[in-house]
Design a protein around this ligand. Sequence first.
Ligand SMILES: C[S@@+](CC[C@H](N)C(=O)[O-])C[C@H]1O[C@@H](n2cnc3c(N)ncnc32)[C@H](O)[C@@H]1O
Length: 270
Amino acid sequence: MLKGKAKPEELAKIRRSFEIIGDIVIIDIPDDVLHLKDEIVKAILAKHKHVKTILRKVGEVEGVFRVARYEAIYGNETETIAKEHGCRFYVDPTKVYYSVKLSGERERIARLVRSGERALVMFAGVGPYAIVIARLSEAKEIVGVEINPAAVEYFRRNVELNKVADKVRVVEGDVREVVPELPGLFDRIIMPSPYIAQNFVDVAAEKVRDGGYIHYYTFAGEDEEEELPERVKRLFSEHDIEIEVELLRECGNYAPRVNRYVLDLRVRRI
Ligand SMILES: C[S@@+](CC[C@H](N)C(=O)[O-])C[C@H]1O[C@@H](n2cnc3c(N)ncnc32)[C@H](O)[C@@H]1O
């Protein structure tokens, strides 16, 4: 769509893909083609007529809350409703983490959950894992723990919006402080924060029942993939549980030749 409006060397620098969250577009535009911003906006709006805001990413996902920095290049409303698997999520990407790219992974996990299970979602964000599990499975209870107050507020609103208050419990706080205080053990623990999951292995090990599952997310280079199962086994063995890696799966690219991986771990308490 930009052919004839930009030089070939400029076109080569413009990313062809962008993320659409509800009616918000998130796009990377390198500084040296920023003068083409208005043409890029026009092209996006011509294809995606429902879009009301376009955010340009100006800083990487960072900090404890895992939020990137953006500048609005079209519109100014930053709250939207994202839809996946028949669920709806209020979200403001300038305040909380949410990624459309993980929706397939959320559905995969939800389909593994068996009737009557108690599940714990650490690092729960605005609640997409917890709510998709509640809607697609017959879990008895899902507890989601999140530290970012803005995400907790959206999580609570999303529980109401999706009518899952009878199954989903939202807990605000640091996983390290609040999870040990939760009653009982869990059949399944989901650790969807690849940056920090390794720092919370001891907390998960304490709270999973014998025969239960942990879904462990991590970043790793493509060349490290083969050694990942042994590396993760060693991490957990330091905390008195044995794990069997039932599945190792790449679930997204993070940087050149660095991916997000998930490992489904079957737990045996020693
Ligand atoms: C990568 S995001 C994942 C959010 C959500 N699971 C999703 O898939 O949309 C990680 C989340 O963990 C939260 N977080 C970081 N450290 C935490 C901690 N110690 N305890 C609880 N939540 C934490 C962040 O605020 C952020 O919302």
